[in-house]
Design a protein around this ligand. Structure first.
Ligand SMILES: [Cu+2]
Length: 135
């Protein structure tokens, strides 16, 4: 029930990005798992805002996220449950970026920026299963 409430709130707010939906191909149900790629941009002013902050991926399929920092602050992309913790350097001479990779199990993961955890965080929803004929 908590998950449904979150999905409904994210859908209404327009903040949920479906990574899998972007990558679907006609043979997605039978092809070998492909890497799911996403770019998260961090914009200012102030402490920054991550766009998108919430996104859906297919469970058990590798995920590759490139975080692009457009602010002059250091940010992290941290998922405690997976041991993912990467720092994106401040954008002094221009945007900086880094790429993190992980393979989620079925479920929901919370990510956060450690220096600004009170306002920069989101959810990784690894709930979408694809099977042959479901596309
Ligand atoms: Cu931050």
């Amino acid at each position: 029930m908590k998950m449904l409430a979150f999905l409904a709130a994210a859908a209404i707010a327009g903040t949920l990005v479906l990574v899998g939906a972007i990558m679907l191909t006609p043979d997605a149900g039978t092809a070998a798992p492909k890497t799911q790629r996403l770019v998260i941009d961090i914009y200012g002013p102030g402490h920054g805002t991550a766009v998108p902050s919430n996104f859906a991926v297919r469970p058990r399929v590798p995920v590759e996220i490139t975080i692009v920092n457009h602010t002059t602050e250091l940010h992290t992309f941290t998922i405690d449950e997976l041991g993912v913790n990467a720092a994106v350097m401040p954008a002094i001479m221009g945007p900086t970026s880094l790429t993190v990779r992980f393979t989620p199990k079925h479920g929901m993961l919370r990510w956060q920026c450690v220096p600004c955890r009170s306002h920069m965080h989101g959810m990784v929803l690894a709930l979408l299963e694809l099977r042959a004929g479901s596309v």
